[in-house]
Design a protein around this ligand. Structure first.
Ligand code: ZN
Length: 247
């Protein structure tokens, strides 16, 4: 398993990973740790319905550093920004009588449009001050094509705007952009083998309802919310593909 984490020549740049403590951003963190000489993480506390995801962040970081000593040497500081202001521009704050409900895309209607643009702009400021020139995020067109601020062209445009606005190169990397959840598992297998997969299954959080005490083959969660369903389907397709190859 250690062989997965060995890297002969690292990219000398410092990367800042947008790290929520979920499955996707954990794979992004592993991707960055295998690639860059130094990696820091940033998270956003915006009054998530369940803080359990934020609690998972430090657990996942520690577990990865322990399981992969090479990565542990590269893993630098964690930054957690207080974004309580997002509550002031959410739909419930602007339209008082609107009830909180789940939309078809699996996010509550309190979701702030362009939220990822805000996150990346803030991350770029932190990156600049930390001497990092790469931002890594788990944005993906495959599963949430409804989010225009997760699309590849949006992020490429933002990369140009950030680099110009900071007058310093700021590369935006999105390793999950064109792969689905099953392929994300394959990527995690390639990056860190069973040891990384065990960390993802046990410690990352995705469930919208904040359930941690129910364990499934694909990880912890309620098993019914859209996030759990997506995660379960991805794991099942990954398992089926692995079995087919083995057979
Ligand atoms: Zn759930």
């Amino acid at each position: 398993m250690q062989a997965h984490a060995q890297t002969s020549s690292a990219d000398p740049r410092t990367a800042l990973v947008l790290f929520s403590g979920g499955q996707d951003s954990t794979v992004c963190l592993a991707w960055a740790l295998q690639r860059y000489a130094r990696v820091e993480t940033i998270g956003f506390d915006y009054g998530q319905r369940h803080r359990v995801e934020l609690d998972c962040r430090s657990v996942v970081r520690s577990a990865m550093a322990e399981a992969f000593p090479d990565w542990g040497q590269r893993l630098g500081e964690d930054h957690l920004l207080d974004l309580a202001l997002l509550g002031q521009i959410s739909q419930t704050a602007l339209t008082q009588e609107r009830a909180i409900e789940m939309q078809a895309n699996g996010l509550p209607n309190t979701f702030v449009p362009g939220r990822n643009l805000l996150f990346l702009n803030l991350a770029a400021v932190v990156a600049y001050r930390r001497g990092a020139s790469v931002l890594v995020g788990g944005m993906c067109e495959t599963d949430y094509s409804g989010y225009p601020d997760c699309r590849d062209n949006t992020l490429k445009a933002l990369q140009v705007a950030l680099s110009l606005g900071l007058d310093s190169p700021m590369t935006v990397e999105t390793p999950l952009m064109f792969i689905d959840k099953a392929q994300t598992w394959e990527l995690s297998a390639a990056l860190g083998g069973p040891a990384l997969q065990a960390i993802i299954l046990e410690h990352t959080h995705t469930c919208y309802l904040g359930v941690r005490d129910v364990k499934h083959a694909w990880g912890r969660g309620c098993g019914h919310c859209p996030a759990c369903e997506l995660r379960a389907q991805g794991w099942q397709r990954f398992e089926a593909a692995t079995a087919t190859r083995a057979g």
